[in-house]
Write a protein that binds this ligand. Sequence first.
Ligand SMILES: [Zn+2]
Length: 196
Amino acid sequence: MKFLHCFCVVDSSLRILWVGGDWDDFALRNGGQAILANDVLATRLTDYISDRATTEAVEQTVGAVIGSQGTLRMDYRCDGPEELRRFRLTIKPMKDRRAIMVHELRDAIRLEQPMGPWAYDPASPDQKCSVCGYVHAAGKSWKDPTDPGTSHPALVSYTVCPICVTKIETAVNDLVQGAGAGDVGQLSLKPGFNRD
Ligand SMILES: [Zn+2]
């Protein structure tokens, strides 16, 4: 897989002012035929987010960056059925209460045992964290679907898992309280991190 790098510039209401880099390539690779660059300009970023928890995370992080004029870095997973992919999102302030969100592919690991393909279903009780990619079958604990013996639910709704919610809140609070330009709130994913 070639190196992927894409960015978007948003204002404080999360309206998309510009997108660039490998945006279209990434959208097409992930089934996003309807979100090519020409279609998203002047729309709101949150129009493309299906769940409340992820919307709140984006609002919180971009709001903290614009408010504090600091930079926030956040690692996340965006796996495909055959590939574990780690990305880093860096949100930096720009002038006039705007922010640039840069997504970079950090690594992609081919899975020896592909996960079953999954689809989005807003009504599914099985959930997937849009930050760490862990899955949560109804009534069970959060698990990394690439772990041996763990299966990926066929239908998932999206949310942010409790651990990622806490990490985002901590990074946002650090940024807001740091209150200096150039401060960095950091959220990293640790492989094998104990989720329970
Ligand atoms: Zn998570």
